[in-house]
Design a binder for this molecule. Structure first.
Ligand code: SF4
Length: 357
């Protein structure tokens, strides 16, 4: 930890109560991310520091973590970190992150209700796709029965339901907390359905599921019908040929078939979102992005997201030619989706690139 800056801005309200503003980000101390092997405050890491993470738990043992998980360690960590932020101290791993901004919070760190706004379950060990930009699938093997398991048949990750129940009982999770299931492939995770059912029954209002939708999930469809679940699918291509190059498996037809089915379940427009991760040299052309937007429109999708392959940042900031190209693709994406009246969004890697002068 280090002192980030000394000049904490204190805004004086008209009622004389101090409204503290301090440096933080949307994730830091407002989110918890349960990865397979660690628990951190954010899912993306710091692009300015080779994706460093503000970590709470590290080197988790998947065999028994749910038994050793200590809710008080989480609660104390959150409180200490919040105090530090209010004193101008941020975790060293966050230094230089483009997501840092000036925020103000209620300072009631005794009451945890609505303190953590967002909880993500990410990085599960199994996946039935082979995306070029991801390595979650590299330890997966398919059995003759069609089931998926780890290559060495070891447990892929810990059980999340006992942990979720502790978080709910301690009001770290409330009905207003956003729940997010991300990859590997959440529909392959052994407690995915059970956890979704638990959250829906508990009354969570907002659940995000990031799935490749090769496996159709009736519980996801039910959550979409109720207006609770938003489904985000990385399609990454407009044409079958490029889709196969990016995904590494033949899944174009099943993905678009399932997308149509999920769109038909929408209670609210835009609950099914299609995402495009730009992979340099593979799908980084205006033509492919244009095909993707047209195909999405034809499928009835009302929200599209642009992102960029994480590997671009492996050796620091990417070269200026790539930066220019990504900016051109971003401009095209925004212009075309706006013309077609499709909602658009940029994920953090793309935002980071577009901030480079
Ligand atoms: S400042 Fe950056 S690295 Fe730190 S929690 Fe926020 S997004 Fe993550």
């Amino acid at each position: 930890m280090f002192k980030y800056f000394n000049n904490l801005k204190i805004k004086q309200n008209s009622d004389n109560s101090a409204d503290k503003q301090f440096v933080s980000c949307e994730a830091l101390n407002s989110r918890l991310v349960f990865f397979g092997k660690k628990i951190a405050f954010c899912s993306n890491g710091n692009p300015a520091q080779n994706r460093a993470y503000p970590i709470i738990y590290d080197n988790i043992n998947p065999n028994n973590f749910e038994k050793t998980f200590d809710i008080n360690k989480i609660i104390n960590f959150i409180r200490t970190n919040r105090k530090n932020l209010e004193n101008g101290i941020i975790p060293a791993s966050c230094e230089g992150c483009n997501n840092l901004d000036s925020y103000h919070y209620h300072s009631d760190i005794t009451n945890l209700k609505n303190f953590i706004e967002y909880i993500q379950f990410s990085d599960w060990g199994l996946c039935n796709s082979k995306c070029i930009y991801c390595n979650a699938w590299t330890n997966t093997k398919q059995l003759p029965s069609g089931e998926y398991t780890t290559k060495n048949a070891e447990k892929d990750t810990y059980l999340i339901l006992p942990i979720i129940k502790q978080l709910v009982n301690n009001e770290v999770i409330t009905k207003d907390t956003t729940i997010d299931f991300a990859g590997g492939e959440p529909t392959l995770y052994c407690q995915f359905e059970e956890a979704l059912k638990y959250f829906i029954k508990f009354g969570i209002k907002n659940i995000l599921v990031f799935s490749n939708i090769i496996k159709y999930s009736p519980i996801i469809a039910e959550g979409i019908k109720k207006g609770i679940i938003t489904l985000i699918v990385s399609v990454d291509a407009g044409t079958k040929e490029v889709h196969q190059k990016v995904k590494g498996v033949e899944s174009y037809d099943i993905v678009y078939k399932n997308l149509k089915q999920y769109v038909l379940c929408e209670k609210n427009k835009g609950q099914v979102e299609s995402k495009y991760v730009i992979v340099p040299e593979i799908n980084d052309s205006i033509e492919e992005i244009s095909f993707w937007i047209d195909k999405s429109k034809e499928t009835g999708i009302n929200k599209l997201i642009l992102n960029l392959d994480n590997r671009v940042f492996e050796h620091g900031t990417p070269n200026i030619e790539l930066v220019k190209k990504i900016k051109t693709l971003t401009d095209f994406f925004i212009e075309k989706t706006s013309k077609l009246n499709i909602e658009n969004a940029l994920y953090s890697n793309i935002k980071f690139i577009n901030q480079i002068k």
